[in-house]
Write a protein that binds this ligand. Structure first.
Ligand code: NAD
Length: 457
């Protein structure tokens, strides 16, 4: 169901009421009960489990994504993270003792996790289940209430979420609000306990500006531009297979997907030959993105190894590998977010280092292929990246509850697992000051105007 303007207007006009209702639920203390939260988590898990076909059909209708990918990388990932959070919730949210020097150790210094209140999640379209529901886990676990605004570019999935969430989660505490940019902007006018935004870097800046108005803390999950380095010590067949998977899964529209590969010259030709195993891909999300990717392809000075065909009526672009790419080529000056893999050659470590630092100074993911782990760790020190993985493309997102987040232009903050607890709760430092008279004497210096000289002296 597309977000018609009538639908959008109706949503916006009732926004204030929705926010007031959610804030009232939060203030009632209902979400603080740990058994209640665990039941919400169970119910979220059941929501996916009982509606797998429906969800998978919606994602397929939106993105043409192979069902196995929706099964593993969307529904499976969220279900596994729910189970892990359910098991660890008591431990993650337990009161932590703080080590302090004398004489304060008998003040019972602790950190207590407090909820942040009403949290807002603005999702994107490429993993429309994962990138909305993963954050709901942390929001529920930390006793918050929440609003979820899915992307209008995955309208079938957005419709399924707004149908299922009120049936499985407490509607007094969690709401789905659908719509496009107007709805996102209207939502951003209000104060929240926390905002988690996933999408492009430019819009991330707009979200942060809007949040600054209320000093609302943000987590921004932004664009990639991720580099892969293949050294002469890599297992080339394996590297080609794994890089092709990372690049061409959902037609290159994964934020953690390799953007370009920097290959040592001695293994360049073998690597290119190994890549010539074409992978079937899904469609591009919409005509705007299809045109953007085709025009990028038209602008490159590189040599096509394979691919480079597109059918606009089917939003299809064949998996494409382009070699002989210079660092100035338009293909490596931007996040491609499509099924094109540009390849650059390097001959010395310092050349590879310069390429990495120039092409992906703030990558979301950095990938190194080599059988020499010391070499890999050395390369990882050359530049910052939100996440990293040795000998796979996107392997770092596989382990359940692994923190997920960028650095610099690729994002601020992280979430999933324990990182979600840090994001969606406030670490309240708390002490209990003794009241015994002998202790009060120690504090006498604080009350000169109230104390006799005798006591103070
Ligand atoms: P998109 O167009 O779906 O936008 C994302 C959300 O932002 C939507 O809900 C949309 O309604 C909202 N939005 C759009 N304009 C807005 C505005 N002016 N103000 C407030 N909200 C607005 O998604 P997209 O931007 O095409 O997403 C692709 C980008 O997202 C890529 O750069 C990709 O790398 C990045 N991404 C990052 C991650 C991550 O985890 N870091 C994950 C997926 C995608």
């Amino acid at each position: 169901m597309a977000a018609s303007s009538k639908y959008v207007l109706a949503e916006v006009s009732s926004l204030l009421t929705t926010l007031e209702e959610l804030n009232a639920t939060f203030l009632s203390g209902k979400t603080l009960d740990v058994e209640w939260r665990k039941e919400q988590l169970r119910s979220l898990w059941r929501m996916i489990d009982e509606n797998e076909t429906k969800i998978s059909d919606a994602v397929f209708a939106d993105l043409g994504k192979p069902r196995v990918q929706t099964q593993v990388l969307e529904m499976g990932m969220v279900k596994n993270d729910i189970v892990h959070c359910f098991q660890k919730l008591d431990e993650w949210l337990a009161i932590e003792a703080v080590e302090v020097p004398p004489p304060f150790e008998n003040w019972s210094p602790v950190i207590v996790r407090r909820p942040k209140g009403l949290c807002l999640v603005i999702g994107t379209w490429n993993y429309p289940i994962t990138l909305t529901l993963l954050s709901m886990i942390g929001i529920i676990a930390c006793s918050n209430v929440g609003i979820l605004k899915p992307s209008e570019h995955a309208p079938n999935t957005a419709a399924i979420l707004s149908e299922l969430i009120p049936k499985y989660l407490d509607p007094e505490s969690f709401r789905v609000i659908n719509g496009g940019v107007d709805v996102a902007q209207a939502l951003l006018k209000f104060p929240y306990g926390h905002i988690l935004y996933t999408g492009s870097t430019n819009i991330g800046k707009e979200v942060m500006k809007a949040a600054a108005e209320h000093l609302t803390p943000v987590t921004l999950e932004l664009g990639g531009g991720n580099s892969v380095v293949v050294t002469e010590k890599a297992n080339i067949e394996l590297a080609a297979k794994r890089i092709a998977w990372g690049k061409f899964a959902i037609a290159g529209q994964t934020c953690f997907a390799p953007n370009h590969v920097i290959v040592h010259e001695s293994v360049h030709d073998t690597f290119v030959a190994a890549l010539q195993k074409i992978v079937k891909v899904g469609k591009i999300v919409n005509a705007i993105h299809w045109k953007r990717i085709m025009s990028l392809l038209a602008s490159t000075k590189g040599t096509t190894v394979f691919g480079r065909t597109g059918k606009e009526n089917e939003l299809f672009i064949s998996p494409t590998v382009v070699k002989g790419i210079s660092p100035e080529d338009p293909l490596v000056q931007t996040e491609i977010f499509g099924p094109i893999l540009p390849i650059l050659k390097y001959s010395t470590d310092s050349e590879a280092k310069n390429l990495l630092q120039t092409l992906s100074p703030d990558a979301l993911g950095l990938y190194i292929f080599t059988e020499d782990l010391t070499e890999a760790r050395d390369i990882l020190k050359w530049c910052t990246a939100g996440t990293a993985c040795i000998n796979d493309a996107m392997g770092q997102i596989a382990p359940t509850s692994m923190p997920f987040g960028g650095v610099g232009a690729s994002g601020i903050g992280s979430y999933r697992g324990k990182a979600s607890i840090d994001t969606f709760s406030h670490k309240q430092g708390m002490v209990t000051v003794p009241t015994a008279p002998e202790f009060e004497n120690l504090l006498a210096w604080r009350y000169p105007q109230m104390e006799s000289q005798e006591t103070v002296g």
